[in-house]
Design a protein. Structure first.
Length: 509
């Protein structure tokens, strides 16, 4: 019997295993060495855990004395301002996106309203209410096809916000801090804009007078950041005073004069350019302030008297202004040469305005010289540089098909000056061209409205052609700017009844 040999049991296969890992590949870690070891895929290492440091417990006495400061909340954004109605939100944003573009076209100033006034509107209700009122008034001013009901609603909303701003600003009047004064002055400029948009020029004068009174010595003692805001406000109020002096016998530069006293052309050479066009605008406005500043005029008269100059003493202030303008003009030309590579739209707009004002002063000096010598102003070439500069400034406003508004009144003043002085037969073409630009502008600048200015000159032309003639005489100031002047013309000439129809036919002609 054969013996069957037992075969050994086959060993059980066991798979290589290891502890679970999360930092890489187990195959690479446990692979047997070979001439060509497998390459790992390269798993990123996890960040190392930071060991917690045991903190020492403070003593009981120290823990009681620790006072936790509250966290300061971030200032609210525009979307977080809570408006009482959708209309307030609508016209607040209309002011931000539409009105500020026209108000900031003021030469020599950046967009003051977005950079300085808007942040204050988040925390100062009077400024916010004033912006809503100006936005509603500006929307009504620009509207052409608005129904009477919509017009009445806009007027009601604008007046309501205006009254809310007046009421909420009263508590600030008793405070003397720089912040409160800035809030009041910003509201004052907004009130001036509101009255200009609605055509209430008497109230505009009242707010302008109040703003000049607030520019007291206390604002001179402020931080550099606060001084920047004050100077921006002075830049807006000062040219308005120059415009008012054209129709008023009041000194509206009394409040802004201290801001133009420091610094002059004495320390500057004629060939030295201005740092920028803002400085050029500031220095040119200094000359306008000095012309009507009684303190500066007295100083020039005393200086001329002590120098024993043979010239007429009364001509000394005028000659000093002309010398200052000659130096300014030389520095301005040098500035244009050094900054000719600047192609920004703001620089171009500012340059056009300054060039127009430069030509206005040049023409004014030339015509005063001709008047003093008794010569007749009959050369139309005298008016060409100013007319070309004014047309260059008016070009963007003529391109738009809606009324536009600004606080700056230089364009209206220059065109009105040309229409008034080019009154000889040989210069009638220049006069007609200036009036043609005014008719097409449909623009209001502070006290100046292009339609009122055209009507004023047409009434004067009608009076010159009338053989009977009339002598216009009144005492004191002309009320309410150009509209007041028109009213005086109507009273003096009696443009009533049939004569009014005759004047209207002349207007159309």
């Amino acid at each position: 019997m054969a013996v069957i040999a037992s075969t050994p049991a086959k060993p059980k296969f066991t798979r290589t295993s290891g502890p679970k890992v999360r930092t890489g590949c187990a195959t690479c870690k446990y692979a047997t060495p070979s001439p060509a070891p497998p390459l790992c895929d390269g798993y990123p290492k996890p960040p190392e855990r930071k060991k917690r440091q045991p903190q020492a417990k403070p003593n009981a006495d120290m823990s009681k004395s620790v006072v936790r400061e509250p966290k300061q909340a971030l200032p609210p954004t525009i979307n977080e301002i809570v408006f009482s109605s959708d209309f307030e939100s609508l016209y607040f944003h209309h002011f931000l996106h539409s009105t500020t573009d026209q108000l900031s076209s003021w030469h020599g100033s950046s967009n003051f309203w977005l950079s300085y006034a808007l942040p204050l509107a988040h925390i100062c209700p009077p400024i916010r209410y004033s912006m809503i009122a100006v936005g509603a008034a500006h929307r009504l001013f620009m509207a052409r096809s608005v129904s009477p009901a919509q017009s009445a609603e806009l007027q009601r909303l604008a007046i309501c916000q205006y009254n809310k701003a007046i009421k909420s600003i009263l508590p600030l009047m008793s405070a003397n801090s720089i912040y409160d004064l800035h809030c009041i002055l910003i509201c004052c400029v907004l009130f001036i804009s509101f009255e200009g948009l609605t055509g209430r020029y008497d109230d505009l004068l009242r707010h302008l007078r109040a703003g000049n009174q607030l520019l007291g010595p206390s604002l001179l003692e402020s931080t550099p950041e606060q001084t920047v805001v004050t100077k921006k406000l002075v830049e807006m109020l000062s040219p308005l005073g120059s415009i008012v002096i054209s129709f008023m016998d009041k000194d509206f530069h009394s409040g802004v004069s201290p801001w133009y006293e420091a610094g002059s052309f004495k320390d500057e050479t004629v060939s030295q350019p201005f740092n920028d066009l803002d400085e050029a605008s500031y220095e040119l406005q200094r000359l306008s302030v000095q012309e009507t500043d009684a303190t500066w005029v007295d100083q020039i008269l005393r200086q001329t008297q002590s120098d024993e100059v043979d010239n007429d003493l009364n001509q000394a202030p005028r000659l000093a202004i002309e010398e200052g303008f000659r130096k300014w003009s030389s520095r301005f030309e040098t500035t244009k040469q050094t900054q000719h590579d600047n192609a920004s739209s703001r620089y171009d707009t500012q340059l056009r305005h300054l060039r127009m004002e430069q030509q206005f002063r040049k023409l004014n000096i030339d015509l005063e010289s001709l008047d003093s010598s008794g010569e007749v102003i009959s050369d139309p070439a005298l008016f060409a540089p100013l007319l070309d500069a004014a047309k260059s400034v008016a070009e963007p406003f003529l391109a738009v098909n809606y009324p536009n508004f600004s606080l700056n009144g230089e364009l209206m003043r220059c065109l009105s000056y040309i229409a008034g002085r080019a009154n000889q037969p040989s210069t009638s073409g220049v006069q007609s061209e200036a009036l043609s630009v005014l008719r097409r502008l449909n623009r209001r600048e502070g006290f100046w409205d292009s339609n009122d200015v055209v009507r004023m000159h047409e009434m004067l032309l009608f009076e010159e052609e009338d053989e009977s003639g009339v002598c216009l005489e009144w005492e004191g100031a002309v009320p309410a700017g150009v509209p007041g002047f028109l009213e005086e013309l109507r009273k003096a000439r009696g443009f009533q009844g049939l004569e009014a129809d005759q004047f209207q036919s002349y207007e159309h002609h």
